[in-house]
Ligand binder design. Sequence first.
Ligand code: C2O
Ligand code: CU
Ligand code: CU
Length: 498
Amino acid sequence: MDRRGFIGAGAALALVPLLRQAWAAQPSAVDHAAMGHGAMGAEAAPAAAGLGLPFGRPLPSLAALPNQSARPGVFQAGLSAGAQPVPLLPGKPATVFWAYNGQVPGPTIEVFEGDELRLHFENRLPQPTTIHWHGLPIPADQDGNPQDPVPPGQSREYRFTLPQGCAGSYWYHPHPHGHTAEQVYRGLAGVFVVKSRSDPLAHLPEQRLVLSDLKLDADGKIAANSEADRMDGREGQFLLVNGAWRPHLTLGVGERQRWRVWNATSARVLKLALPGHELELVGSDGGLLQRPRRIDSLELPPGARAELVVTGRFAPGHGAGLLALPYRRGKMMSAEQEETLTLLELRRGAAAVATAPLPARLRKIEPLGAPAVRRRVVLSEDMANPAAMFLINGKTFDMARADFLGKVGVVEEWEIVNEADMDHPFHIHGTQFQTLARRNDGVWREEPFLAWRDVANVSAGETLRLRFRQDMPGLRMFHCHILEHEDAGMMGMLRVEA
Ligand code: C2O
Ligand code: CU
Ligand code: CU
């Protein structure tokens, strides 16, 4: 697998041809039956083995969205959302995805801080949609709020300029009222990388890993959400990396790489580990940390991103690559993830590779100062009320109601109180926050380090304290990033005034 410069090179690689090759060369998928989740709760989804998805091919590169502008500092491109048949399973008709520009995952947008974007979007879906630029500090009227749908057959222009200091790993996905989960699980999601001209890790070869779930029915079609999916958040038989099932990647002994990882699943908290190698956390949703941190594993909630530095060690007696360790998130109707899942297999390169240095300091993060406003956001579940099961401060989402009124430039401190039985990953639009402390069983614990985030898991019974500032006026959504919960009403709005 080529590493350096894979960003633009081989950009034409889309999922379709990759899967075709994979299928032709596939040995047998039967011994990977364990990959399936076993009991799926109330209704049985077909086992992974029965579906025979190809696996074990090289990690696909993500195709780049080409810039059509010749002007420096301007990124101009077209995006369309529409149906895309993909031949997935031998002997079955092609699986119809919904895709941006026919690609699953969608094309990668890669730009620099300070760039101006002009994106022409066409909706060729049978439903209204929007494009939400998850995590980016951009004007609210360009952020794909559910209030600004693009009807089927219509188009619009998204325009924004990226401020200095926002370098990081973001993504884009639909955000229409009530249909976000469906549009994302049908394939609509792509990554958005903002680079800095002074990136202390620019010398490292880079990999990008988009983790997503695929749930198929017995005919190989993308399964509709079941009642259990709507309750617990959807999971699939297959955890994919860049659209491929259990692909492999070659790493040299001693080789150091930067990995950007996206949790683009609807609902899974992925507890990532890479046993036998060195793993350092260097960045979160909104870019680099102050310094690298050695870790054994990392809990990445749905919607969140991480930047990791991986050093190939291949210590004997360890697992095969990037794993998702068991994680219990309080699901009500479906089985918890009790087993370890393999996301990506690492193969040892033929030759040892010189280890590139990792700087001790990455950047400065200023802590947000004392808040001028404090708010409480209580997450709860009401299982007796199917029309409004997931609540924020006792209410279900209403497009006509702003829950809070805020002011541009003012630091707010929020306590996110999870009074529910499930984990709920909290997300807010338009800015990055700093998590300060968490309370569990009555005990507050300070967060171990400063980071810029836009998603943070709040486990059942936990309270999370965070601070942020909104630097632009407008309506900003905040919600649980289990997309089924968001669609079911676990969302509110902050109106920020100038
Ligand atoms: Cu990625 Cu409002 O969400
Ligand atoms: Cu968002
Ligand atoms: Cu939730």
